[in-house]
Structure formats: structure tokens, C-alpha cells
Design a protein around this ligand. Sequence first.
Ligand code: PMP
Ligand code: GLN
Length: 385
Amino acid sequence: MNPLYADMPTSIFEEMSLLARRHDAINLGQGFPDDSGPTDVRQAAADAVLHGSNQYPPMMGLDVLRHAAAEHYRRFQGLDIGAPNILVTSGATEALAAALIALITPGDQVIVIQPAYDAYVPLILRAGGVPRFVSVAPPDWRLPIADIAAAIGPDTRLIMFNDPMNPVARVFDAGEVDALADLCVRHDLIAICDEVWEHVLFDGRTHQPLIARPGMAARAVKIGSAGKIFSLTGWKVGLVVADSALLGPIARAHQFLTFATPPNLQVAVAYGLGKDDAYFRQMRAGYQRGRDRLAALLTDAGYAVLPSEGTYFLCVDLAASGIAQDDRSVCRDLVAAAGVAAIPLSAFHVTPPDDHVIRLCFAKQDAVIDAAGARLAAYRRTLAD
Ligand code: PMP
Ligand code: GLN
């Protein structure tokens, strides 16, 4: 038995969702919207189940989806790619696993920016990689370019780059993305770009994919997720974009992980990627309203809310809110006593610089946000007494 897995706790998302059910709490922990998602996209999936093929689709993905994805990324991000640059996987999670298995040679160092999405480190370790950690810090969560440069050594081969970044809700700016591209080119690094939140951006921001930067087309692996693009998080349909020299080995890993992804969901995602710009604008505007609603309630209640530039999440700085307890104790208290589940950011750190920030999901109906806000305000008052 591999001790890495034998001793591994369940993910913080599963842990908090379980506690939320046990305490009948409002679940603002695990990130998922509480509406049912676009009807036409779901209808396309239902039609494909009833009237389309339910047998193995091609390992690389259905042509209709590979073409739609290439066209979608050309339309929204100006990428000069075609269907041969696209691989369809069973969620971004499988894409990450396939990319890390395929691209890491045991002993390779992989730069990981903390707080890092929870799947990265176990997958890197299982592939034989050696994570080297650098950190972003509140309240600005700026990309630590000097620390990244200092962490690069002769064995460094890859960097994990999550933009927009979960859990800190940061959308990196052009200067940060340029500086990272420059480092990758100078040190001959491959960037695994986890861009699952590419469409969930606020305040007029646009997504700046690292793969589009000079010198990056042949050294970036861009990963998207239909779950996030269409607010259907249970739909594990991932999209990998890469140059053929990188995509080939990743597809070889994918063929022995899942081989293929349900064809009906692929058909529906292909349909959805062609939806007009208004759909994507409205989706963002809806989440932005949720963000503003929760942020206002929390600010009124005396919490120090950090800016959220994208994703379904905002973070609260406990120390800056005058709360002395660490983030895990606060989350345990919140779910049991206040009836609201949140995620402690220390769960995303291996080397812990921070234990005073929690993450809350605002992708909820107004009434749910209001009820959670009232409970969090009441909890804050108990601390003030
Ligand atoms: N990466 C990040 C940063 C995520 O937030 C998530 C899920 N929210 C994933 C990967 C996994 O995506 P999927 O559900 O498509 O596997
Ligand atoms: N990505 C989701 C989040 O950040 C959780 C995904 C999961 O539960 N594995 O909340």
C-alpha cells in the first residue's frame, strides 16, 4: 500500500460538505452553484443521451467538441489553435493527472504556488515530482515572481499556474503573466495552466492565457473545465489545449486513466461553447451580484473581506477582522455553532505561512446568501462579547 494514500485525509471539500450535512448548515464551503444551470445545455445532453451514441467516443474527444473548443478559445482568448490541439478529459482533475503523469520524470522539481488547489501536490508526488513551494500572501495575493525565480534550480521542469486562482480569487494582471512567461522561457519550464475559472471574472476583467504569451505556445498546457464554464460542476468534462509535442504524451496518459469522456456530455458542451457572448456576460454578472451581496453583508458585520476578482469565492481575513483563532477552528465553530460551512485556506498549504483566512462560496440564491450573512453576523457578535 502506498503510504501517501494510506495516510491521506479526505479532501477538505468532502470533509466540510459532510459536516455541513451533519449540522444542517448552509454550505458555502465546496464551490458549486445552487441553481440548475442553463436549460438548453442540459437539454442538449438529454437529447444526446436519448438519440445519440452512448458507446465509446474517440479517445481524444468527439470531433464536434474539439472543433467547438478551438473555435471558442479563438473567439474569447484569441488563441491560434485548431481541433488537433484539443484533448477532452473527464474533468480538469483528470487533465491535471494526465499532464503530470506524462510530463514529470521522477526527480523533476515542480514549482507550486501556495495556497494551491488540493489535487496538485498528491498528483505531483505520485508522478515522482518534487514540489518546490512559493506563496502568495493577502491582501494582494501578487504573483511572487522573485520567489519563483529563486526557487528555480537545475532540476526544475514545471510550474503549476492557476489563473484565476482558487482559493484566493485572484486574476493575475498582464504584467504578472508576462513576467511568468519570461521566467518559463528563460529557464525552459513547462507551465501547467489550470484555467478552469477562465470565464468567471468580475469588474470587466479579461482572461489572459499564459499560452498566448511569446514563447509559450510550445511550453504551456492550458486546462479548462466545462463544469465551471456552464455552472454544472458535476459535469466532469475537461479541455486540454497544447502543442502536439506536449498533447501527445498527455493523451497517452489519458488513454489509461479514463480513455474517454461520456459522449452525451461532450455533445452538450460543444453546443454550449457556441452560445453567444451575452450568455457568458450574464453568467458573470450574476456571480458578481452574489459576490457583492455577500461581501456587503460580511463587511457590515465587521469582517475584513478580501477582494474577489474571479471564481465563485471570496476570502475573509480573520486576523484583520479581529478574530484571533486559526482558520480551522473558526471553520469548525462556524459549521457547528453558526450553521455555515466555509473552507480554511491552511488546507491548501503544505508549508504553512497562513492560518487566518477562510473562503466562502457566493454562487448561491439571494435568500441563501442573506441567511448565511445573518448567521455569520450573529457569530461575529458572539465573538465581540
Ligand atoms: N482546478 C481548480 C483550480 C478548481 O477549482 C477545480 C474545481 N473547482 C478543478 C481544478 C477541478 O475541475 P473539474 O471539476 O473539472 O475536475
Ligand atoms: N473545486 C471545488 C472548490 O474549490 C471543489 C472540487 C472538489 O470538491 N473536489 O470548491
